[in-house]
Design a protein. Sequence first.
Length: 345
Amino acid sequence: MTLRPGPRNLITDVPGLCVGHASSEPAQTGVTALVCDGLWTAAADVRGGGPGLREIEVMAPENSVRGINAIALSGGSVFGLGAADGMVNELAARGIGLTVRTGELVVPIVPGAVLYDLNNAGDKDWGDEPPYRALGRKAVAAALDNGPGALFALGSVGAGRGAMAGTVKGGLGSASLDLGEGLVVGALVAVNPVGSVFLPDGRTFLAWPYEIDGEFGGIRPTADLAPAIAPFPDQSRLSAAGRAQPGSATTLAVIACNARLDKAEAKRLAMMAQDGLARAIRPIHTPFDGDVVFALASGEVELTAQPDRNWQLARLGAAAADCLARAIARGVYHAAASEAAPASD
């Protein structure tokens, strides 16, 4: 069976998931909010050497919170962790969150992660009030206004607004796969690695074998290039760009599916999806990066009992890795396209 993307080729092909962006053009940074239509099972797998994270332990299998309401992805390094505060406030104001006691304020559960984009040309002189809290509120509002299943922008938007991929423009990417039998997997990624997404020609994506229908330009390697391995990044060029310090890069990813998974199974899904980073970026999980993959499961589609359940989970993880590799290339491809487009009047 040949797998195909969902109708939008976005993570919002997974039913019940909303995505919204908020960007600051003066600061060249932004926030992306993923909002679930209930408490979704979630997990995270962290492999980068310089992560910036929030509420990760709440998703651990041994802890009692059943699920999460949203995920915050943000630029701004540690300043960007405030985006989740804004998201929590906006969700609570709309009555979205965990009900601890009837009649009391709901408690939105919002894990998050940040990438480093402080070294771009944007104005970071924001004084005592970084923009991320306000951007978090706006991103949630945008997600809920868009609604489940909606289209959203790719490229230099949201958490990918100020991103770089090695020494070229990074961005926000997404992709999906319909596995049949009602199962859908999607990926969303903010691409900001210290490594490269290209083969040595600087134009053929490392993820080219996974491309579907020319979704990131349809460029193929020449015969003499096909077996070549992407060169290790040039340290002097990265240093000149301010990207050779621990924590100065990061790729943030979310995998979503509509299967019913427990926390341990969601963790395995995130772990398998990490292979998508390795297929599309070289090197990855370096001391400079803070790479993290979140996994979300809505619980809409019940998997079969063991032993076939493990086989189905393995199939979901393999599809998630393919989606993530494609989403990475799409993010950089759309960022380059937006950068090359003429300015509007």
